[in-house]
Design a protein around this ligand. Structure first.
Ligand code: RIB
Ligand code: CA
Length: 363
């Protein structure tokens, strides 16, 4: 009799552990990060937050040109995952160019014709295209990587991942929308299967940063951004410049971050980055954190303190408003979809999250 009771108790214990394990696995938010990757700020930190959070299952990183050429972004994504001890996260390389032809050839003329925004950043528009991600990796690190991208284009990786996880994937879209637009055009069936998209993009109630009308990500490929935001995705949350330019990155934040990072390899990446160099030269320099806010609000949605529900759209007509993001409280153009446009976050708690010791522990 006693042996039977013991067996029943053991079985119950095993069952609970299995359920606990299943519950734990179900609780982690599955996130696919689509990024025009850079080292450290801002895409690199956005990826690190997701990769290290116990609440997140980072199912993959898809890269494309924007801040950087896709070859550079792929190399920098691989390296930062190696440094974070997250080499199991798959990386898939994506679009090299925006949908509209010859944008890189015409960029300087565009800025003369359309006007220049308050941010001089030109991303890959101003960079020489590497021959391959391997060349970009060896140029940046002088060594060969221990990992490589998956042998699948980012667009196919997105389609396959969404289909394999119906209703479960949050897409963090922190660069131009080319990969997502091509995935939606190639496989419209994935749209209702996407749990939600959280974007860094657009500037709805204030001027753009790249042209007076447009923010960089959506200016880089307005046609793609319009395709995605006009898709009937269950939930769209947008962090535009409206909130991103309220969280000002100052020297005091930089100094605190360097302390928190200890001897993490990304500390040198930060110091050698445009932001780090600028802070070191000019203590009064200020920057923004843009994409890192997207990861932060996915990890802790309570960081969002203010937002507006509205219909959104992107102007893809080549002219002075090319790439402009538009918000309509009602009476929107046919086809525009509803979104939650974030207008404020809890900056103090965000900085606490970014300085958390567990984020910078080397595993
Ligand atoms: O306008 C800011 C956006 O452009 C950020 O995503 C930054 O990484 C760049 O891609
Ligand atoms: Ca970005």
């Amino acid at each position: 009799m006693k042996a039977l009771c013991l067996k029943c108790m053991l079985l119950a214990l095993v069952f609970c552990c299995c359920m606990k394990g299943t519950t734990y696995a179900q609780e982690r938010e599955k996130v696919l990060l689509d990024s025009d990757m850079v080292e450290a700020f801002d895409d690199g930190f956005a990826m690190l937050l997701l990769a290290k959070s116990p609440k997140i299952d980072l199912v993959g990183v898809t890269t494309l040109s924007g801040n950087s050429w896709v070859e550079q972004g792929t190399a920098w994504a691989l390296r930062q995952l190696e440094d974070a001890g997250k080499t199991s996260v798959p990386v898939a390389a994506g679009l090299e160019y925006p949908l509209r032809p010859n944008r890189h050839d015409l960029f300087e003329l565009e800025r003369k014709f359309l006007g220049r925004g308050h941010d001089l950043w030109t991303g890959s528009f101003g960079l020489k295209k590497p021959a391959s991600w391997q060349e970009a990796y060896e140029k940046s690190y002088g060594s060969k990587p221990s990992i490589k991208p998956v042998d699948k284009h980012a667009v196919n990786f997105i389609i396959d991942t969404i289909r394999a996880n119906p209703g479960k994937i949050t897409i963090a879209a922190i660069g131009p929308c080319g990969n997502l637009a091509m995935a939606i055009r190639m496989a419209p069936d994935i749209v209702p299967l996407i749990k939600r998209v959280v974007y860094m993009g657009g500037s709805f109630f204030q001027p753009g940063n790249t042209t007076p009308a447009a923010e960089f990500n959506w200016y880089f490929d307005p046609e793609a951004a319009r395709i995605v935001v006009r898709s009937p995705i269950k939930e769209q949350i947008v962090l535009g410049l409206d909130v991103c330019e309220k969280v000002v990155f100052k020297r005091e934040h930089y100094d605190r971050l360097l302390k928190s990072m200890g001897n993490h390899p990304m500390r040198n990446m930060l110091r050698n980055s445009f932001a780090g160099q600028s802070f070191e030269k000019n203590p009064a320099f200020t920057f923004y954190v843009w994409d890192v806010l997207v990861s932060a609000v996915i990890i802790d949605p309570s960081l969002i303190t203010e937002s507006v529900e509205c219909y959104i759209d992107v102007n893809d007509q080549f002219g002075t408003s090319y790439g402009q993001s538009l918000a309509y409280p009602e009476l929107a153009p046919l086809g525009a979809q509803k979104a939650r446009v974030v207008t404020a976050v809890d900056a103090e708690r965000f900085w606490q999250m970014l300085n958390a010791p567990e984020l910078w522990q080397q595993k």
